[in-house]
Design a protein around this ligand. Sequence first.
Ligand SMILES: NC(=O)c1ccc[n+]([C@@H]2O[C@H](COP(=O)([O-])OP(=O)(O)OC[C@H]3O[C@@H](n4cnc5c(N)ncnc54)[C@H](OP(=O)(O)O)[C@@H]3O)[C@@H](O)[C@H]2O)c1
Length: 259
Amino acid sequence: MRSIATAIFSFLIVTCAFGRVEAIANDVVFVAGATGRTGLEIVKRLSTDGYAVIAMARDLSKVKEQLPNVQWVEGDVRDVDSLRRGMAGATYVVSAIGSTTTTGPNAPEFVDFAGTRNLADIAKDIGAKQFVMIASGRSGSYTDHSTRSALGYGRYYKTKGEEYVKASGLAFTILGAAGLVQKPKAPMGVRFLSRAEYAATTTSTDEAVIIAIPDVAAIVCAALKDPHARYKAFAIINDPKRPVDAWKNEFALTQSQWP
Ligand SMILES: NC(=O)c1ccc[n+]([C@@H]2O[C@H](COP(=O)([O-])OP(=O)(O)OC[C@H]3O[C@@H](n4cnc5c(N)ncnc54)[C@H](OP(=O)(O)O)[C@@H]3O)[C@@H](O)[C@H]2O)c1
């Protein structure tokens, strides 16, 4: 497997050949949850956009995707040593992890909370420029989730993970995704909104409130390039009433005090 240094070097050559902006040439994005539906789409998008990517899988033997500028590493967010090895050299950290069980050792408490805490701690240690986290539209500190036992207290532990990231001092962007779909029935715009607004305007059974996974990946990539996306947490939904690309200039309109 090519080293990440080789990947960066190859990218520099490509960059020079096509005269693209060099700002991302030295940037290496670490993606946790890279084997997941959203994480893999983010890895693909980062690769297409020309970033060098370190993609983490819990089991490398299950990785089928070999992509330009992407180095796969094995690791687990519960295992700090594996994170230290995998995240070395990264300049940005993206988390698309999600617990796979509601109870037991990979439940939300240990993945969405403790795993996020481990990622944030090491992101700080390595001096990451930004921490982008895929969260849920329904998590977040706009309300108290401590009595909601559904999905292994999923919202509660996701929110605890978010709160840790917010307090870490890292430049964070927390994206509270609506229901994830591979593709909407028709191209749609995207709306950024506060979690409180999300909760007030949707119900937990409202299947119409979705966000397409390719849109999430595009938002993550744009957030890495836009300083207005930093120190913010907000929900993201598809909105058929909005022009398809309007969101691209709207990080500046979101408010940092949105919980
Ligand atoms: N599904 C929805 O509609 C929805 C809506 C809003 C928000 N969200 C949230 O958005 C995020 C992404 O969702 P998704 O559907 O793309 O998730 P997903 O497909 O279930 O992927 C989860 C990822 O987390 C990884 N993971 C789990 N435990 C781990 C551990 N201990 N160490 C390292 N990696 C671990 C998984 O690795 P393995 O492949 O090894 O299991 C996988 O790569 C999640 O936080 C989810 O809760 C989902």
